[in-house]
Write a protein that binds this ligand. Sequence first.
Ligand code: CAA
Length: 380
Amino acid sequence: MNTHLTQEQKMVVQMIRSFTEKEVAPHASVMDHAGEFPEVLVKQLGKMGLMGAFIPPEYGGSGMDLLTYILTMEEISKVWASLGVIMTVNNSLVCDPIFRFGTEDQKKRFLVPLAKGDTLGCYALTEPAAGSDAGAIATRARADGDTYLLNGTKRFITNGKHANVAIVYAVTDSSRGKQGISAFIVETASPGFIIGKLEEKLGLCGSDTAELIFEDCRVPKENLLGEENEGFKIALATLDGGRIGIAAQAVGIAQGCLEAAIAYARERRQFGKPIAAFQSVQWMLADMKTEIDAARLLTHRAAWTRQKGEAVTKMAAQAKLYASEMANRVAYKGIQIFGGYGYIKEFPVERFFRDARITTLYEGTSEIQRMVIARHLLQS
Ligand code: CAA
């Protein structure tokens, strides 16, 4: 596996691995159980060029190809998925749409600091009554002179509490349904931008998930991202890239489980021998490895295809669907191999199991991925 990677890509993986072993692994479990946002680690990711990994250097990024970025996402998530999601949201859901759809001025003002890791971004699409049916959002943006006034509530926003910049989707023409949605770059320090309830979650406890409330939040017209009423397409095109990132996160979580399970199976002795000597455990490990490699290949294919500039909606949905469901199966087996020890917080598989769960939900549930894949199969 990974024979298709270049020497440079393998070197990047090695570099990230030594960073995660030294800087992330010693803190991940403690910080996660304390629900602590990893501010220092996020800054370190910025210094390493990972907060704008595939953004060209002239806009503050590292200019990596997408596959290399995906490899870094897997490595980070293998150790701490909370750090992985903070990173993927900034890269795929914030830097990427500003790079693709932003004006030169927006790129200079917002993208450069985001890609350098000097500021942090969030992606505000979901609302209390619009999750899977994202086209049904109710947040309104009313033109008022040289500005728009935003009113409404967003829910489940990753990085919402810590972000400096939010990409906010709001209705500019209510007579046109989802064709009347626009995207805005909103500075979170703007008056009328309010951080509401912070969610307490099953997993990803080091990453914050916030409600955002907009009360006459004034946004300059030059902060409109793309054309007016083109926002829903921007949101969905952005999610094509985001879903590949989540697939990589799921692969990372599963790989972390597998490595922990192999080490434990070699060391734990029962009935006079290491449990790795039992076929029941060997078969679980073999299935885990095979499924991880299959998911990794789907993920790499999607990243490689998007890098070429080709349509990737279906491939991204396939990678996300398979990798996220796989991560849950693998995490289940990981705990099974650890037995009772897998259920307690002292060992990492308990955290992997909880973190795997979200990957079938955010950036589109498994059911939404199946809908996207089926629509592509059935369209003539
Ligand atoms: N790229 C660009 N345009 C696209 C597109 C894509 N991938 N997919 C569809 N479009 C276009 C369509 O062609 C259509 O264009 P026209 O108006 O010109 O016809 C328009 O977008 C609307 O498309 P649909 O009619 O297919 O839209 P829909 O209402 O049926 O919804 C959906 C499609 C796939 C179900 C979509 O609503 C969806 O993906 N829902 C899930 C939402 C989601 O993933 N939310 C994630 C929240 S963010 C998050 O989770 C971040 C985090 O915390 C980590």
